[in-house]
Design a protein around this ligand. Structure first.
Ligand code: COA
Length: 260
């Protein structure tokens, strides 16, 4: 573990916080590895329902990959492939975890910071936040997986514009193109996200899991119902949670969900 990635638990909500404010939370391989462990532990914990990903220090979510590692770790195609393999494990663990995830974004969200945010299900940005992918200023090629995550949110044309221009986008622009779900006042961001996450954490985990699997299957192939999604929907119908919640409704009490 490293002090540059922090984690805490708040009820059923797990927080993952990138913590290198002196570098605007630029993501090193060591931080990547530490974050992967936290995501894997969250995935395996039945009583943890929602993950919030954030940056420490107030000035940045994540300012991209740590460029100081590039000379050594990313200087040609072969090294770039290896670097990609190492970093993708964390990004894809975040993308694929079968529970809701939220990116809470304040300050700079650049390059790999945008990639990280697109791996989350929901993005909530502060009024004081900035978005951009400076890859074209560094000569970096973005691989299919990340372009797809971005294009699925903002569409192919905005994804190309993002990468062609390497320019910075305001939260209002990011919201209108579909990158952000909502923009909230900076001072209230953390409270807003904590409450939002807690609300989701109190809902039925199997419904959320089925939703996530079905959406990802439809994005992979809009014309085909996937077997995992079908099974996840059936799991909801057969669950104790569904049985108890329909009784709770009839008895006018609040259901408590257990994810089974
Ligand atoms: N990788 C490595 N170091 C980074 C970094 C990154 N992605 N982003 C910021 N830093 C470092 C800076 O080099 C600087 O280090 P120093 O204090 O040793 O000089 C420190 O963080 C503070 O950054 P600085 O540039 O002085 O702050 P700023 O407020 O003027 O600008 C940014 C902030 C984020 C706009 C600017 O740092 C930047 O453009 N970073 C690179 C973003 C990028 O290209 N990301 C994509 C990488 S693929």
């Amino acid at each position: 573990m490293t002090e540059h990635v922090l984690t805490r638990r708040d009820g059923a909500v797990r927080w993952l916080i990138f913590n290198k404010p002196e570098k605007h939370n630029a993501l090193s391989l060591e931080m990547n590895e530490a974050a992967l462990k936290i995501i894997e532990a969250f995935a395996a914990a039945p009583d943890e329902r929602v993950l919030v990903v954030a940056g420490a220090g107030g000035k940045a979510f994540v300012s991209g990959a740590d460029i100081s590692e590039f000379e050594d770790r990313r200087s040609n195609a072969e090294k770039a492939d290896e670097y990609g393999r190492l970093t993708q494990r964390m990004f894809f663990a975040l993308r694929d975890v079968e529970k809701p995830t939220i990116a809470m974004i304040q300050g700079y969200c650049l390059g790999g910071g945008v990639a990280l945010a697109t791996c989350c299900d929901i993005r909530i940005g502060a009024e004081a936040s900035v978005y951009g992918i400076p890859a074209a200023r560094l000569g970096i090629g973005y691989s299919a997986d990340f372009i797809k995550l971005l294009a699925d949110l903002v569409g192919p044309s905005c994804a190309k514009e993002f990468l062609y221009t390497a320019r910075r986008y305001s939260p209002a622009e990011a919201y209108h193109m579909g990158l952000l779900n909502r923009v909230v006042p900076t001072a209230g961001l953390e409270d807003y996200v904590a409450e939002y996450a807690a609300t989701m954490a109190a809902n039925a985990p199997l419904t959320q899991r089925a939703t996530k699997i079905v959406v990802s299957e439809l994005l992979a192939d809009p014309d085909r119902e996937g077997a995992r999604g079908r099974k996840a929907v059936a799991d909801c119908a057969n669950s104790e949670d569904f049985r108890d919640a329909r009784r709770a409704f009839m008895e006018k009490r609040k259901p408590v969900f257990h994810g089974r």
